[in-house]
Write a protein that binds this ligand. Structure first.
Ligand SMILES: Cc1ncc(COP(=O)(O)O)c(C=O)c1O
Ligand SMILES: [Zn+2]
Length: 419
């Protein structure tokens, strides 16, 4: 029996007005962002833990809580990444219970963006789009290009022209049309809004954004399920547009609403950004309701470099309301943290992961994250994509002749030479 679509429409987050399901991301009355609305009553009658546990370990085991008619037609293998108990990193940071939700190994393009793209492109097909696109800081570009290729959709990908080479190459390789724009992400995004409406294409994070953003909930569902159907006390999440952090929290609350978890959500949410582009953390720290846009982001963490985040207001509000906090870190702290994570846990994260680990360290040192409570940190992208950030920090190995004496001589040197 095909699974029906339990979503009922798109609701304005400001005035609550309900719209029919369509490619639209803003309320026509007040320009408020639209969010997918569901019939939770019907869902709670339909799903159980056991039903979910018997399904394949992908994000689509939560399909009743995702806004798609029937089975996903794009990205059906996405999600189901490991939740790793990180004892060695916990020791290094001086905390007792630490977990890493590791989307650095998400299929197929090694970031959590495959989750949002899987939903957005499945919806794009449902709505009849033949051409899709996105404005991206890199990971979304990779994911839309790969998933569109696999689905036989034409893709136009717009990125700031100063993006990391491997993020551009990892987009073009899939045959997508990559448009490098001489401007910031916010300028790219504005251009894409005009393109989407002029040409009638499905831009995953513009006119399809309400559906797209729902994909991030699966990251939260999996955390709770893997903890044994319960919620952690603290979650540290990276923020660019500010959607992921809110959707993790929405996911936890939906699990209570539909009866998958009985205890109410008490999780405190913490947001992480780079100091070179910190509109949301700055709003939280200076107790301002609305963020001040950053006109010219300047950080090695390009994936989080959104100066005027679409969900910034809601992310800051959530952080405040849950009793969490927000912090930002300098580029050298990001580089150190990438290495700390790699050397303690064997996980190579991209710069956004460095931001999360460095911010976690800072919040622990400040006493904002308690040392004896359970913390989940969100690693959302793979370090192989942002190697440029590390070349200066990591020394090349010393080359030797293929002779045992040469190796003996190398071992006789002070050990720190052998990096
Ligand atoms: C690796 C990585 N982590 C986190 C984020 C932040 O996601 P959001 O825009 O939902 O805040 C991004 C966004 O591009 C990203 O690329
Ligand atoms: Zn409205």
């Amino acid at each position: 029996m095909p699974i029906s679509d339990f979503s009922t429409g798109l609701r304005c987050r400001l005035c609550d007005k309900l719209y029919a399901k369509q490619a639209l991301n803003f309320c026509k009355d007040d320009f408020g962002p639209l969010e997918v609305d569901y019939d939770y009553e019907a869902i709670s009658r339909h799903i159980t833990r056991s039903k979910i546990e018997h399904r394949p370990r992908t994000m689509w085991r939560y399909r009743e809580l995702l806004p798609i008619e029937g089975e996903a037609t794009v990205g059906s293998q996405v999600g189901g990444t490991p939740l790793v108990r990180a004892d060695r990193l916990a020791d290094a940071l001086g905390v007792q219970r630490l977990w890493i939700k590791n989307d650095a190994v998400n299929f197929p393009t090694l970031s959590f963006k495959d989750r949002v793209v899987s939903v957005a492109l499945s919806k794009a097909r449902e709505l009849g789009f033949k051409t899709v696109g996105c404005a991206s800081t890199g990971n979304l570009a990779n994911s839309v290009a790969a998933n569109a290729a696999a689905a036989g959709l034409e893709a136009y990908i717009f990125v700031p022209s100063d993006l990391e080479r491997s993020k551009i190459l990892g987009t073009s390789v899939y045959g997508a049309k990559v448009v490098a724009v001489n401007g910031t992400y916010d300028e790219v995004n504005r251009l894409c809004t005009q393109v989407a409406f002029k040409y009638g294409w499905g831009f995953v994070n513009i006119n399809l954004r309400p559906f797209y953003a729902e994909g991030s909930k699966s990251y939260g569902f999996e955390i709770a399920e893997d903890l044994g159907w319960r919620f952690p006390q603290h979650v540290v999440a990276p923020m660019a547009g500010g959607a992921l952090i809110g959707k993790i929290y929405k996911a936890f609350n939906e699990m209570v609403k539909v009866g998958l978890v009985q205890t109410p959500v008490k999780t405190k949410m913490y947001g992480a950004q780079a100091t070179g582009c910190n509109p949301i953390t700055d709003a939280v720290k200076s107790n301002r309701e609305r963020h001040k846009p950053i006109r010219k982001p300047n950080t090695i963490c390009k994936s989080l470099a959104i100066g005027d985040p679409a969900d910034g207001f809601f992310a800051a509000k959530l952080i405040r309301e849950t009793g969490g906090w927000a912090e930002d870190v300098q580029d050298h702290e990001i580089v150190d943290a990438i290495q700390l994570l790699a050397r303690t846990e064997g996980i190579f994260a991209e710069t956004a992961g460095g931001v999360v680990v460095a911010v976690t360290k800072k919040l622990i040192d400040q006493g904002k994250l308690p040392r004896d409570e359970e913390i989940v940190i969100c690693i959302t992208g793979n370090g192989l994509k942002t190697q440029d950030a590390l070349y200066e920090a990591i020394e090349s190995p010393i080359a030797i002749a293929p002779k045992l004496e040469a190796f003996d001589a190398l071992l006789d040197q002070p050990q720190e030479v052998l990096v």
